[in-house]
Design a protein around this ligand. Sequence first.
Ligand SMILES: Cc1ncc(C[n+]2csc(CCOP(=O)(O)OP(=O)(O)O)c2C)c(N)n1
Length: 665
Amino acid sequence: MTDPAKHNSMANAIRALSMDAVQAANSGHPGLPMGAADLATVLFTKHLKFDPADPAWPDRDRFVLSAGHGSMLLYSLLYLLGYEGMPIEQIRNFRQLGYKTAGHPEFGHVPGIETTTGPLGQGISTAVGMAIAERSMNAEFGDDIVDHFTYVLASDGDLMEGVSQEAITLAGHLGLNRLVVVFDDNRITIDGDLALSDSTDQVARFEACGWRAVEIDGHDPDQIDSALLDARSSERPTLIAARTTIGFGAPNKAGKSAAHGAPLGEDEIAGARKALDWTSEAFEIPPDILDAWRVAGLRSRPARKDWQQRLEADDAERRGEFERRISGELPAGFADAVDVLKKEIAEDAPTMATRKSSELALTHINAVVPETMGGSADLTGSNNTLTKDMTPFSADNYSGRFVHYGIREHGMAAAMNGIALHGGLIPYSGTFLVFSDYCRPSIRLAALMGLRVIVVMTHDSIGLGEDGPTHQPVEHLAALRAIPNLNVFRPADATETAECWALALEDSERPSLIALTRQNLSPVRTDYQSDNLCARGAYVIADADDDAAVSLFATGSEVEIAIAAKAILDDAGRQSRVVSIPSFELFRRQSATYQRDVIGSAGIRVAIEAAVRQGWDAIIGPDGIFVGMDGFGASGPYKSLYEHFGITAENIAEKVIERLDAAGG
Ligand SMILES: Cc1ncc(C[n+]2csc(CCOP(=O)(O)OP(=O)(O)O)c2C)c(N)n1
């Protein structure tokens, strides 16, 4: 049985810090931390396995505050539990520039924040990836080394967002019983009562998705305790729908949307202090209460030490492998494998779609990089992300390395973030480039967090042909290139594909998206070179004999078209050069001199990409010639489409010659 007085005072410490910090910041969300304080107190003092002295302990339980607007809940906990990165100064300066206590929790600011949350639905969906990673690593390294839970605190908003459905059904299907979602069932959203916009029976919903689901009083510590205890022996993922009162303790605003997202105000705070019997000044926690929290922070230290001993006693090779995997270092054989692959490609000079080249690259990579975890959103045979050595990751086989994500692009992208955050695995996925829109919110978060996730997107232009404009990406490359800290790769042939894969895997600080063709491409790089030419983002792939009057810039499938245009121009006695740009982002990271050299001084600049012009002016300038798309595509065989939209060598050469003649060149 819980000691009610002790429990209440510990929970009230969260409430006081939260309402006072929001008041001091003059913005923020006091309602959720005050309402969920009892839930968090029981979870963190009795169930969660963690050690503030080693916040990155690989076998810690993960806690995801999916309702990121309730960030003060997490910040209060980290302070109370004694996390070094969260002194009281941080709480006092909640939401101020230069402090770690951002409006919504941001991964990387302080250990203990396991993921960035704020866009509702992302946290719970990311947590599914963490739970996948936990089972996968457990299957590989055993119970002694990997055996932990992923806990989520989710709000109405989290469960209303569509992505949660993808995540919940995936978790249920995969039987992820180490996943426990505590639902802050306060029935209030910003607009008012939840009844204004929703009437879902969440318990029935979760049960229908293969979960165990229970309802409790979210202010009764004993009910919370026993629900969490039961969850730990469940064979299915668990939902604990915990009925709470938003803004618990606030005399007039509790239970109302007024408590959700604005400071309570001085009078209401004074009333709450009275109601909660909290007599301390703002940001002061009575020593006995702080002590109780700090003691709770020590709770799992023996478990961590035992774990450390088990790891140290483990077979040296296995231990080394585990440590390498957690550190994120690629295996020693990686560079050689890429080199062997590039030599093989140079020898065979295959004409193949880059999606096929990607499969070839993955065959070599997956053989030496055991931490890759592939997948596809039900387009496995189209994305070519499944290699021969992979079996499905399933409820019956957690040692499988390929996730059949089903038709859940958004859930897949969010889960990949969780897999990467968990550590030990490098996730990559597959879908069509046009559906990057369905993944975009999670890709954006991967970029914001700087996670190594690799998003494979095939059917990357009108070149996919007959499926027509609904399936033909046009604006997507531009839209993806607009996301900061995301590498967007569009390789031109098998060699570039191998190089882009190597770059994506080597870049542990950001996500990469690899756009690949459905249609076959001729090799544009025919000689083996050990240097990764794609590493500089852009390079001259075919130079002029003399001073070039024309520079042709292209990506992916349009590089061979640019090279063919150059051949026509050569025949016409016009000097041109071709630049392949597999990645705008990598190119922008090069020195100004390199960029200037690659862009060159030719008077006429032409960009060729079967997509919209947006973004290209930085390379070709406003007077440059753009050969690409300015509207949606059409349904038809791809060669007819390229003809129809004028993305042909002949059309390029014609436009260039016209311009040269007009300029008297
Ligand atoms: C994707 C997304 N849409 C909208 C918002 C803005 N927003 C923040 S909280 C919230 C809903 C509040 O209701 P609930 O989730 O029940 O949280 P509570 O009121 O219990 O704190 C909304 C719409 C958001 N954070 N994310």
